[in-house]
Design a binder for this molecule. Structure first.
Ligand code: AP5
Ligand code: MG
Length: 225
């Protein structure tokens, strides 16, 4: 299936709850390139109690953004790793214009010319419903929905038996804050990618499988630049 896609450098973009993580995991398994989620990296740092984690915890729990310099440094380190040499799926970065411009420079340093930004789109009511129903496995980070995934707060992870928990920042008040931050700081980045001609818009409604099918279809037909 990998030969179908025109690029192995893909960015998932969109508001909280739109399905970036779900789709990035599906595509990563299909294409065989790593899924790099800045949110997951930060949450691991928090769980491990590293200096980055201690700094990031309050920011994440409040629904704010971690400062650009920290995020750019973090992503630079990850993208220079050998694991990312054959491609990657970035999820949750960039989230501000300075991050986007820093990423352009970083991709140039890495001699990566072709990349595509997949913007997922879903209405706000659905985003809030999805986040209110999300559970994640504490052990392997898999994402489930109480609405469609046949799990509830007491279920073990169907895959590894780990504990399923609600993310701290999925409380309704914090979700609303994250959505405001998205509209103010992150959505403007779309214009930048539009101007670079790398933006692919995909309707995020429908089942995860339907959306995955549409993404692979579009990435097979879109010329990467
Ligand atoms: P991050 O973890 O990236 O959170 P986010 O962008 O807010 O996005 P989410 O992970 O909440 O949603 P998602 O789009 O991945 O949806 P999912 O697939 O889980 O970042 C968290 C925090 O870290 C930020 O707030 C910030 O503080 C910090 N941070 C991270 N990166 C940063 C950066 N670059 N700069 C500064 N700070 C940064 O799906 C959601 C739910 O919907 C699940 O239950 C899923 O099962 C369900 N679902 C998925 N697809 C479907 C479907 N098609 N139909 C029905 N349900 C579906
Ligand atoms: Mg996510």
């Amino acid at each position: 299936m990998t030969e179908e896609l025109t690029t192995r450098h893909i960015l998932f973009f969109g508001p909280p709850g739109v399905g970036k993580g779900t789709q990035a995991k599906m595509l990563s398994a299909r294409v065989g390139v790593p899924h790099i989620s800045t949110g997951d990296i930060l949450r691991s740092a928090v769980a491990e109690g590293t200096p980055l984690g201690s700094r990031a915890k309050e920011i994440i729990d409040a629904g704010h953004l971690v400062p650009d310099d920290i995020m750019v440094e973090l992503v630079r380190d990850v993208l220079w790793k050998p694991e990312a040499k054959s491609g990657f799926i970035l999820d949750g970065f960039p989230r501000t214009l300075p991050q986007a411009k820093a990423l352009t420079a970083l991709l140039a340093d890495l001699h990566i010319n072709g990349f595509v930004v997949v913007e997922l789109d879903v209405d706000e009511e659905e985003l809030i419903r999805r986040l209110g129903n999300r559970l994640v496995c504490e052990n392997d980070g898999r994402i489930y929905s109480m609405e469609t995934g046949g799990v509830d707060g007491g279920s073990p992870c169907p895959d590894c038996g780990g504990r399923l928990v609600q993310r701290e920042d999925d409380r309704e008040e914090t979700v609303r804050k994250r959505l405001r931050v998205y509209h103010q700081a992150t959505a403007p980045v779309l214009e930048y990618y539009q101007s670079l001609g790398v933006l692919v818009r995909v309707d995020g409604r429908g089942t995860a499988e339907t959306v995955h099918g549409e993404i692979t279809r579009r990435l097979s037909g879109e010329a990467a630049r």
